[in-house]
Design a protein around this ligand. Structure first.
Ligand SMILES: [Fe+2]
Ligand SMILES: [Fe+2]
Length: 276
């Protein structure tokens, strides 16, 4: 079995919950009564095409062997065709663990996103769009998110109607995320919360992309619910040449798990492992 690198993991002794990324065989064997962590595999931007038949079986088998839950952070299809989702659905038959997904902008491109969702939905596949799901005592809240820019360069609700509509989209996505996280808090106060997005909530994980397109890669408005709702970690994609790891102003860990980033970092299989 090939090694997966863990170049971005800094152990934090005082933190009982940490990101970890070695293969299971590299991990210390749990002893005593310590509860086994729930291992999450996460990737975004798999961009499956109609010509991909048979190309994803090994990926889903490996994720199923190495993790308890798989997160797919949007851009599941390359051009947004339901036919591409049909190919992906067939490949996902090799996946034996629960899958939690959000859609990305590419999945919306041909206005076939509802068909894409319907095609991929199974008993063990959960699509989140302002919703939450609890699996193995971990709570997942997800939205696609939207652009708008970061920090002091974030677009404000000003000017033309079309500009306000652009800003409003990000505001609504942030509100949906907040509502999903609040629901988890109310209905399952005991669970750790993980957020799943396609667009980035912070600037740090889009660094590497040209500055000029940062406003189209994410929005700081999406970070506010993460900080307010005590989220353990957030996973997103979309910025293919961004940066793997960052954190919100209040220290919530954010991982850009876009497939090209994981491949560039040398991951044998393009999924990032995180223990809860
Ligand atoms: Fe993408
Ligand atoms: Fe995208």
């Amino acid at each position: 079995m090939e090694q997966q690198p863990q170049p971005f993991v800094t152990p934090q002794p005082v933190q009982p919950l940490q990101p970890v990324n070695p293969q299971p065989s590299d991990l210390p064997v749990p002893t005593g009564v310590a509860e086994k962590p729930v291992r999450i595999a996460a990737v975004g931007d798999i961009h499956v095409r109609e010509t991909d038949k048979g190309k994803w079986v090994d990926f889903f088998k490996a994720a199923s062997e190495q993790a308890d839950i798989l997160l797919l952070c949007g851009d599941l299809t390359d051009h947004g065709y339901a036919k591409e989702a049909e190919v992906l659905a067939e490949e996902m038959r090799a996946c034996t663990i629960p899958v939690v997904c959000v859609l990305g902008n590419h999945d919306h491109d041909k206005d076939e996103h509802e068909a894409i969702r319907a095609c991929l939905l199974r008993d063990n596949v959960h699509f989140l769009d302002g919703d939450a799901v609890v699996i193995k005592n971990v709570g997942f809240a997800g939205v696609k998110g939207f652009g708008g820019g970061f920090d002091k360069y974030m677009l404000s609700m000003f000017g033309e109607v079309s500009n306000k509509a652009f800003v409003q989209e990000a505001v609504e996505e942030a509100l949906k995320l907040e509502a999903a996280l609040s629901r988890l808090d109310t209905e399952h106060p005991e669970v750790k919360k993980i957020a799943l997005l396609h667009y980035s909530p912070i600037r740090a994980t889009v660094e590497g992309e040209p500055d000029a397109i940062h406003p189209f890669l994410g929005c700081s408005r999406l970070a506010e619910p993460l900080d307010r709702q005590n989220v353990l970690a957030c996973f997103h994609g979309h910025a293919h040449i961004g940066t793997l790891e960052g954190e919100t102003p209040k220290g919530v860990k954010v991982y850009n798990v876009a497939k090209p980033i994981l491949q560039k970092a040398g991951f044998a299989m393009p999924f990032f492992l995180f223990d809860v």
